[in-house]
Design a protein around this ligand. Structure first.
Ligand code: PBG
Length: 325
């Protein structure tokens, strides 16, 4: 037989040689949840093996992450319940939870690339991602001013990259201008460009205590049925100055990742979100699937076209990748 594809599968070395997609620890970003208080390291019930940390407990975790070869963390701050108000003022407070966490991580490990989620839902009393009008609609342009302030406060605290996840129109331009005006021209923006109104954020909202108190996020996050709209969102972000684009969630949106990748030349990130993690992690923990399912699943995100993967599996993967070598 002239063509026998099995010849290139005959042993591990040959398979490694012809592997088309390689998952590297350099591709991974690990999300971290920081809470108020002291001496807290507590497992998040909706996200097995993922923890809430108080700022004073970050040292061991950051060192472990760094030793595993992971160079990027994405921070989410969870303020006290009584610290929340209608305009999310803790989100841009110099002494806010996220600002203190950034300073602490840069002190522990100056080489750790600290990326911050810019959004208001963890900080507003109503749990929406912006400022509300009287009838409960999120006021786009008013929210933009706040987002700029939040981004600048993160940069001032030492953040290396800003990741806006709110889905307001025009936020990339507005945040870029705010950062530039404050002297942070060199700080890149990784935009949650294509963010769907997804049920798969459920475990995160429990972890971050950020579920909307009424209604849903469908007036600002995208309809899961749309992919042309994904290109509209991506294009706007390119024009407004985003440095990295993102598709979120990842696993139910692999087609969208591929479409965005084929149409734009900026680096593309995908967010392997909390619901995707929780499902697979429980299957592995309960012995329903072997741990290899983690690698295969995250590999599919890379193969679909993502250059960068934000995943709660980053630590597991770093170990799996090292063992495979
Ligand atoms: C904040 C934000 C959310 C996630 C990341 N940033 C929640 C949401 O939009 O409701 C979800 C991440 C995950 O599910 O892992 N807006």
């Amino acid at each position: 037989m002239l063509r026998r594809p099995r010849r290139l599968r005959v042993n591990k070395a040959i398979r490694n040689l012809v592997r088309e997609t390689k998952l590297n620890v350099e591709d991974l970003i690990y999300p971290l949840f920081i809470v108020e208080g002291e001496n807290i390291k507590s497992e998040i019930s909706s996200l097995p093996d993922v923890y809430h940390f108080s700022v004073d407990m970050l040292e061991d975790e950051i060192k472990e992450i760094r030793e595993l070869g992971i160079e990027h963390v994405l921070l989410f701050g969870i303020p006290h319940e009584h610290g929340k108000d209608i305009c999310g003022s803790e989100s841009y407070n110099y002494n806010g939870i996220i600002q203190r966490a950034i300073r602490k991580i840069k002190e522990i490990e100056p080489n750790m690339n600290v990326i911050t989620d810019v959004c208001m839902c963890e900080y507003t009393s109503h749990g929406h991602c912006g400022i509300l009008t009287e009838d409960g609609y999120v006021d786009n342009d008013k929210t933009l001013e706040y987002l700029g302030n939040i981004a600048v406060s993160h940069a001032k605290a030492g953040a290396d990259m800003i990741a806006p996840s709110d889905m307001m129109d025009g936020r990339i331009k507005s945040i870029r201008e705010a950062l530039d005006k404050a002297g942070f021209v060199h700080i890149p923006i990784m935009s949650y460009s294509v963010k769907y109104a997804s049920t798969f954020y459920g475990p995160f909202r429990e972890a971050a205590n950020s579920a909307p108190a009424f209604g849903d996020r469908k007036t600002y996050q995208m309809d899961p049925a749309n992919t042309n709209e994904a290109l509209v969102e991506a294009e706007l972000d390119v024009l407004e100055g985003a440095d990295i684009l993102m598709v979120k969630p990842a696993l139910s949106y692999l087609d969208v990742i591929r479409r965005v990748k084929d149409n734009y030349n900026l680096p593309l990130a995908a967010y392997n979100v909390s619901g995707e993690y929780a499902m697979l992690k429980s299957a592995v923990k309960n012995g329903i699937l072997s741990e290899d399912a983690i690698y295969e699943s995250v590999m599919s995100i890379k193969r679909a076209g993502a250059d960068i993967i934000i995943t709660y599996f980053a630590k597991d993967l770093a170990k799996i990748i090292k063992d495979n070598k």
